[in-house]
Ligand binder design. Sequence first.
Ligand SMILES: [Zn+2]
Length: 221
Amino acid sequence: MGDFYIYKTFNKYKETLISANAMYLVTDQGVVLFDAPWDKSQFQPLLDSIKSKHKKNVVMYFATHSHDDRSGGLKFYRQKGIKTYTTKLTDQILKNKNENRAEFIISNDTVFKVGKYKFEVYYPGKGHALDNIVVWFDNEKVLYGGCFVKSADAKDLGYLDDADVDEWEESIEKVQTKFKKPKYIIPGHENWTDTESLNHTLKLVQEYKTKKASDNKLNKK
Ligand SMILES: [Zn+2]
């Protein structure tokens, strides 16, 4: 994918090993991380492998929501002198949970230019988490979805403790309206080669809502 690189790291959730996708972008002004390794032991190796592979330093890191598989690297990378970013909403959640926060706060919909690349950091509304954002590269038609997007292979919506499934549907539609014809859509976990992932997420959300509605009806009887 040109200067875009997707890597997977693994961590345990409820005794099963799960992988998480993250992305980095190589520019002539340095490397930009979109989320960090889920596995903390990979924080430094990631910097080392980027350095040896591309002969460049990491200069920025965007965490796409407050969960550990996205924001877990804020302290480490900030200490390394890398500019770290979250939205205000993510920052508030991290602050309330007494977790490490980013150095810089982005307002929800901001366009960044790094080298020859331009990307928009966009808050579509609630979904997988109250604060999930996506990143859109308009020239390259790359949508970095993070956990807001489920893989086309996903069987269900996964971890929902902080989700708002009702609003998720509307949030997906906003992304689909705003960012047309993505060539790549990167979900937070599992297979990322199938661009049906966003439609599939919408379908999973709709099925979940339908099921919940019929469960509620049954309970009322
Ligand atoms: Zn999450």
